[in-house]
Design a protein around this ligand. Structure first.
Ligand SMILES: [Zn+2]
Ligand SMILES: [Zn+2]
Length: 66
């Protein structure tokens, strides 16, 4: 395999990272090394999705009125 490829997101040459989820070849700018995913997958998986949030209450509702 060549050491350089085209980024699946921006299309530029020099992509060296492979997304662990979708398998896309991406460059360093579009690869989240902390999660091992491309930025698109990282945004879907790690982003603040609607699931898993049971106790999030807005700070604005913290005012007590008598
Ligand atoms: Zn890129
Ligand atoms: Zn991906």
């Amino acid at each position: 395999m060549s050491s350089s490829g085209l980024c699946g997101i921006c299309g530029r040459a020099g992509a060296q990272h492979t997304c662990d989820r979708c398998g896309a070849l991406v460059c360093g700018r579009h690869y989240e090394a902390s999660v091992g995913l491309c930025v698109e997958c990282a945004g879907e998986v790690g982003g603040g999705g609607p699931s898993g949030s049971g106790d999030d209450r807005p700070d604005d509702a913290d005012t007590y009125r008598y």
